[in-house]
Ligand binder design. Sequence first.
Ligand code: IPM
Ligand code: MG
Length: 348
Amino acid sequence: MAQAERVIAWLEDARCARFEIDRDLVGGASINAYGVPITDVVTAKARAADAVLFGAVGGPQWDKEPFDNRPEIAILELRKQLGLFANLRPAPVFDALVDASPLKANLVQGLDIMIVREATGGIYFGEPRGIENLVDGSRRGINTEVYTTNEIERVARVAFELARTRSGRVTSVEKSNVMESGLLWRQTVTILGASEYADVKLTHMYADNCAMQLARNPRQFDVILTTNLFGDLLSDLASMLTGSLGMLPSATLGAVTANGHRNALYEPIHGSAPDIAGKNIANPLAEILSLAMLLQFSLSMPDEAEMIRRAVSNALVEGLRTADLSPEGHATVGTREMGDAVLRQLKG
Ligand code: IPM
Ligand code: MG
């Protein structure tokens, strides 16, 4: 986050924009300060803001917190309370990182996938849920996968619209061979596609097959539209194709309201990586690229967004690698040095 803030400061210095920034705590830091993973005050601030730039939550210090007070509640609450139903997770392969991918270069060169993950429904929020005691003394854990046609349609629209700005293809991913909610998902997306997006090429895939296809031939995909849980899994998988989980930004968008406002949150898809926290070795690029998405989707600044993406790409061309991007034994740079390189490129 510190490196992303340096990029914001540069945007101000270069007179691209003036930002009004308010910082606050979520997750474990908020539990330590206020006793809860997110306060109502923070949620209200996030709702009022044009956009939220989010870090990450979680860590072993809070493993003993009650389940309903764990750090992860912060991000789940923000998604739910702000109605952030469309989680956009782009997975582009930077040319300079082709060799960092565990897949062969010829499979990932030029790869550019966009995962659209539903983010306020499905098994993450479905009722009933909980752990109950059974009469025989054993216990039962329950979560429920549930989707309504409205929930499916609004996130599918985001995927179809995005596909129109890209190569015009959507792959809708579920398990309609096993789950009724998946069957409804497939039927609903099919009807919407045929009635409103006939120009977009729509295909369907079972989630397990999608995981296999992502490893076998990822370039077959353009936009992947999927549920909350499958999107969580498949986006981690897709991130590794690009070289590192440390590279992937995301945007989570709400509906556009009558006055044109749209709640939005931007965050790296990686977690808090507690094992490397505070050591100046984390890769800052996913956070910086999240800022680029913020400029693009919330502030109507596509040129500045592109400038940042180019600066990141050029910093990688310079040969700098944080540890996550570097094969064992190769020289690495720290978080701040990677930030320096991005700023150098922006200034250059
Ligand atoms: C993600 C994360 C979150 C999720 C966790 C931190 C709750 O894994 O954004 O992918 O499961 O959605
Ligand atoms: Mg995840």
